[in-house]
Design a protein around this ligand. Structure first.
Ligand SMILES: Cc1cc2nc3c(=O)[nH]c(=O)nc-3n(C[C@H](O)[C@H](O)[C@H](O)COP(=O)(O)OP(=O)(O)OC[C@H]3O[C@@H](n4cnc5c(N)ncnc54)[C@H](O)[C@@H]3O)c2cc1C
Length: 391
């Protein structure tokens, strides 16, 4: 067994070009004005729970969605690092970004990679305006980590495909316009389970689709079960090529796993914790050390995540580094919650109108999902181990 050296597998650190400081200042000014006007209340885990279509449209008008989409498709032809700066500011502010999140993060780039001209023209301009929202149609009742076992089936019919099966844990499907469904288009080949899978672009208002809520611990409606009963999908909604679903999905997951949302979900709680401790005026050395250690790790994670963004921008597919960021980052998000519970004696209160107690309650209730969504940490460690040559 050869153990590859980890440093060789992790992309080079990236320094943000100086001109992005101007963009960052613009975004901060916009967010300050929005907050001062009471347009929204800062939250934790906003990319999952902060659905606000009007806010997404306002971002679209500013040119801060579809930033990497070429201008001929309604985007802004900017780089991944420009987008990184905008997204980290939005997350740090706890702004309600959930409506456009999936479409902006992974559907736009996937459409540019594998979409037909007709699909790009139909969806990309609306994504960049913050008006078209997508979900993710991968997981099923018995297929989560092992996605190759999906049983939703598409059968060829005249002019298209007939789709039957069930997707589950589908975030925001009750609001979204569409998702890419990973489906089986050929029977399982035991020698190659990844073959025979395809992606279909499914508009969620098609006849035969039923969307049922699965309430969160908080009682909120975020997750759904999506049932297809002989749903007709025309040939022009096949995404990429028939049989290439596995390759396409793994490419999409690299975008899904490495962004700043994988370590900033509870950043507004950390900022509020520092505020609450400062206001108390009595911070002992142990507390300072603990908060200092969290902030130092935050900075390290940010450098790693930026390195992945830089590698994606230069056309690489840093799957192993993305898995590392997600594993370390989501555990860090949970540690912020633990520290906040221990260091400040205010009980979590979902009903609190502002501040620390409400952010803490949101974070406590959402924390169980951090290490699961987008691929569990155990599975990601498997990717890291294999990438290092361990089998
Ligand atoms: C907040 C949240 C939002 C989500 N949103 C979406 C969405 O929008 N669309 C969507 O398609 N899915 C979504 N999911 C589903 C998510 O992708 C799955 O929960 C995840 O992939 C795990 O699958 P599972 O729940 O079936 O668990 P399982 O795969 O059954 O895993 C159960 C346990 O076994 C462990 N395990 C499984 N395989 C291995 C292995 N090979 N090695 C070591 N350990 C292993 C896992 O780590 C886990 O602890 C969401 C989940 C959450 C929590």
């Amino acid at each position: 067994m050869t153990l590859t050296k980890l440093p060789e597998l992790v992309p080079e650190p990236v320094e943000l070009p100086g001109h992005l400081a101007e963009l960052r200042a613009e975004v901060r000014e916009f967010l300050d004005a929005e907050r001062d006007a009471g347009a929204w209340t800062p939250g934790a885990d906003v990319w999952l729970s902060g659905w606000d279509a009007d806010f997404s449209r306002r971002l679209g008008k500013r040119g801060w969605l579809g930033m990497t989409i070429p201008t001929e498709y309604g985007g802004h032809g900017r780089g991944a690092l420009d987008r990184y700066v905008v997204t980290e500011e939005l997350l740090a502010a706890g702004a309600p970004v959930a409506a456009h999140w999936v479409a902006d993060r992974q559907i736009g780039p996937s459409l540019m990679r594998f979409g037909t001209e007709e699909q790009r023209t139909a969806f990309l301009p609306g994504i960049a305006r913050g008006e078209i929202y997508f979900g993710i149609g991968m997981s099923e009742p018995d297929s989560g980590s092992d996605l190759a076992s999906v049983r939703t089936r598409a059968t060829k019919v005249d002019g298209g495909w007939s789709l039957s099966g069930t997707k589950v844990w589908t975030s925001g499907a009750h609001h979204a316009h569409a998702f890419f469904a990973l489906v089986r288009t050929e029977p399982v080949d035991d020698e190659n389970r990844h073959a025979g899978l395809s992606q279909l672009l499914v508009e969620l208002d098609r006849p035969g689709i039923t969307i049922r809520p699965i309430p969160l611990l908080t009682g909120a409606h975020h997750f759904n079960e999506v049932v297809f009963d002989d749903v007709f999908i025309p040939d022009e909604r096949v995404f990429g090529s028939v049989g290439s679903g596995w390759k396409q999905v793994t490419g999409e997951l690299a975008f899904e796993r490495s962004g700043p949302e994988r370590f900033l979900s509870t950043y507004p709680l950390l900022a509020s914790l520092v505020g609450a401790l400062t206001a108390s005026g009595d911070v002992d050395a142990g507390t300072r050390r603990e908060v200092g250690s969290l902030v130092a790790r935050l900075w390290t994670l940010r450098r790693m995540s930026l390195a992945v963004a830089g590698a994606l921008e230069s056309g690489q597919a840093p799957e192993l580094a993305a898995a590392l960021v997600k594993d370390l980052g989501t555990r860090f998000e949970n540690e912020i919650v633990d520290a906040a519970r221990l260091l400040v004696s205010i009980p979590p209160d979902p009903g609190a109108s502002s501040g620390f107690a409400r952010l803490l309650a949101d974070s406590v209730l959402h924390a169980p999902g951090f290490t699961l969504r987008g691929g569990t940490n155990e599975v990601l460690r498997g990717i890291v181990a294999r990438g290092m040559g361990l089998r």
